[in-house]
Design a protein around this ligand. Structure first.
Ligand code: PEP
Length: 249
């Protein structure tokens, strides 16, 4: 049985005060969610205080990024070890916004994934194609390369710790959701590619869908066999919507 997971990626939203309020609202409502692991990913500045706000609930904490260096003279960066010291247990890596706006390559991302794992953080590793890549029917090839360049480079023990998130770039923050059939097709493909390298272990990997998921479309998306949950951006900023999405299983 794969773990069902719903992650709220708050991105660069909320002040500390607003973040604490949101975390408290999610924590309070989380008892209405059964059989789904809930994770919130606030900005770095909020991690310690959000951890405190989540106390007494089962909601876990994730960062949205970490550095590709261990420590030292890297002004403005936040190391995996620092993230872990806040009580976070996950870290989102490879989000298309990081790849696109901050030039994060597979080489950089592999370093980040390894450092996260070395510091007991579980990476939520994002993959997905751009619109032009789907329109030119290169989406499978692009996603396969992203997996080969990072996930394939891990040993089996580390591979078992990662969560994958398929996020078609054209669906992120655009209001344009992949159809449940498109999501299932790609998730099944991802699992097949992973099985070529990791055998039956690929059956246990949670593969989340991300891209304009909301309460009104989550049920259909989550009904698909290989869709094990969601990475939620915009809709995770409203506690009731985030919880409603998790209740869609
Ligand atoms: C995301 O940022 O991972 C995401 C899926 O965003 P949205 O739900 O807003 O499309």
């Amino acid at each position: 049985m794969r773990t069902k997971i719903v992650v709220g990626n708050w991105k660069m939203n909320t002040t500390v005060k607003e973040g604490i309020q949101l975390a408290k609202a999610v924590a309070a409502a989380s008892s209405n969610v059964n059989g789904v692991k809930l994770i919130v990913a606030p900005p770095f500045t909020h991690l310690t205080l959000v951890k405190e706000a989540l106390k007494g609930s089962n909601v876990e904490l994730s960062a949205q990024n970490c550095a590709n260096k261990e420590s030292g003279a890297y002004t403005g960066e936040v190391a995996a070890k620092m993230v872990a010291s806040t009580g976070a247990t996950y870290v989102i890596l490879g989000h298309s916004e990081r790849r696109e706006y901050y030039g994060e390559t597979s080489e950089i991302l592999l370093n980040k994934v390894k450092l996260a794992l070395a510091n007991s953080l579980k990476p939520i590793f994002c993959i997905g194609e751009r619109l032009e890549e789907r329109e030119s029917s290169r989406h499978f090839e692009v996603v396969k390369a992203q997996l080969e360049e990072v996930a394939y480079q891990l040993d089996k023990t580390d591979f078992e710790k990662i969560v994958l998130a398929y996020e078609p770039v054209w669906a992120i923050g655009t209001g344009k959701t992949a159809t449940p059939e498109q999501a299932q097709e790609m998730h099944a493909y991802i699992r097949k590619v992973l099985a070529e390298k990791f055998g039956s272990k690929a059956e246990n990997t949670s593969i989340l869908y991300g891209g304009s998921a909301k309460p009104s479309n989550a049920k259909e998306l989550f009904s698909k066999a290989d869709v094990d949950g969601g990475l939620i951006g915009g809709a995770s900023l409203i506690a009731d919507d985030f919880i409603a999405i998790a209740q869609s299983f």
